[in-house]
Design a protein around this ligand. Structure first.
Ligand SMILES: Nc1ncnc2c1ncn2[C@@H]1O[C@H](COP(=O)(O)OP(=O)(O)O)[C@@H](O)[C@H]1O
Ligand SMILES: [Mg+2]
Length: 369
């Protein structure tokens, strides 16, 4: 028996008309995991979610839930529930009736329906609006109602397609937290689709980054943020500084890239056996790890990589300073630091500076395109 709640094996989707929406999608999800899918519009997130839900056929590959093959099982026989961005609430029904609906169509006995609906209403704090219709609900209440409708059937896997997209920023933040707590509390698996990287990173135990129908990387948030494995992820996630060049040396835990600013080193984000010197590569460093220094600032004992540049602007916002540095006519970078770390150190617009970082923080990524 498998320990996985959900497995996608080489899933592929070709729509009638020929659009290849999803290709080679492999994923294994543990019970109770919170998985986020993130990627730009059109990359195949919704299609993948709909294939898991059985709302869209699977062209090839296999879908397993708790080790059982569900590839061609109809949606109503799957232990999944889906919550859509527009919530799909029935406007003529009350909150209570909306939540009960999914149980009634499954012919659940009425006393059981009442018991389960009451539990959901209490858990989601919808008691005050239990007899109200959609038009009387706030954005947050609609969101909770949609969640209640999804949870009342006691799914093993809850699928959420950009469920917070309709909410304003503050409400979104608080519902993100509620959702995360609820998921831990219920212990069921969540697959959560979003196009916002910050949301994917803050919600997911692991994050699946998609691009053009393919999986780019599946990692825990911090790993994804600090160790991107592809040029797409390096640009899409986090705030990375990226310098291109050619692979020079390739070792087990370390690789170097020959760039126009000199040799830079880092941890390989690729299988060393699959790479050869001379290949196009990127040195990728999260901005948070890059310091701005005067060239004559003393260096400590830690060996640092560095590049020289000229400060072109310093923008102060409260205690934060944004420092723009021109490295050459192809590359300008902007770094965020604090006033007290920079002021009084003789760094002003026009100053020659050095950006320095610990090469342990650098990931070397192959740049096939
Ligand atoms: N019903 C459909 N018929 C044909 N093509 C579709 C259909 N739904 C989506 N697509 C196409 O499949 C690709 C992936 O779409 P989708 O899964 O909706 O992406 P996302 O949710 O990441 O924005 C896009 O190119 C989109 O135009
Ligand atoms: Mg979508």
């Amino acid at each position: 028996m498998t320990n996985f709640d959900l497995e996608l094996v080489k899933i592929r989707k070709v729509y009638p008309g020929g659009t290849v929406a999803v290709e080679d999608f492999d994923l294994q999800v543990s019970k109770g995991e919170f998985i986020s899918f993130v990627g730009p519009s059109g990359c195949g997130k919704t299609t993948t979610l709909r294939m898991i839900a059985g709302l869209e056929s699977i062209t090839s590959g296999e879908l397993l839930i708790r080790g059982r093959n569900f590839t061609h099982v109809p949606t109503e026989k799957r232990p999944t529930s889906t919550i859509f961005q527009n919530y799909a609430i029935f406007p003529h029904m009350t909150v209570r009736q909306n939540i009960a609906f999914g149980l009634q169509v499954r012919n659940v006995p009425s006393d059981e329906v009442k018991r389960r609906v009451d539990t959901i209403i209490e858990k989601l704090e919808l008691g005050d609006v239990a007899d109200a219709k959609e038009s009387a609900l706030s954005g947050g209440q609609k969101q909770r109602l949609a969640l209640g409708r999804g949870l009342v059937t006691e799914p093993e896997i809850l699928l959420l397609d950009e469920p917070l997209g309709a909410l304003d920023a503050n409400l979104r933040k608080s519902i993100q937290e509620e959702l995360k707590i609820l998921q831990r509390d219920l212990g069921i698996t969540f697959v959560f689709v979003t196009h916002a990287q910050s949301e994917a990173l803050s919600m997911g135990d692991r994050v699946v980054v998609m691009n053009s129908g393919r999986v780019e990387q599946i990692s825990a948030p911090f790993e994804l943020y600090t160790r991107p494995k592809s040029p797409f992820v390096a640009r899409f996630i986090g705030r990375n500084k990226i310098i291109d060049g050619q692979l020079a040396e390739i070792g087990a835990g370390r690789a170097t890239v020959q760039t126009r600013f000199g040799l830079l080193s880092g941890v390989p984000g690729f299988d060393p056996a699959a790479a050869r010197p001379g290949a196009q590569a990127l040195a990728v460093v999260p901005s948070e790890y890059v310091g701005v220094h005067r060239a004559d600032d003393p260096r400590g004992d830690t060996p640092l990589d560095s590049v020289k540049g000229t400060v072109t602007a310093m923008d102060r916002v409260g205690q934060v300073i944004y420092v723009s540095v021109r490295l050459d006519d192809r590359l300008d970078v902007r770094l965020e630091t604090y006033r007290d770390k920079l002021e009084g150190r003789g760094i002003e617009p026009g100053s020659e500076v050095e950006l320095r970082w610990n090469p342990e923080r650098t990931t070397i990524v192959l740049d096939a395109g």
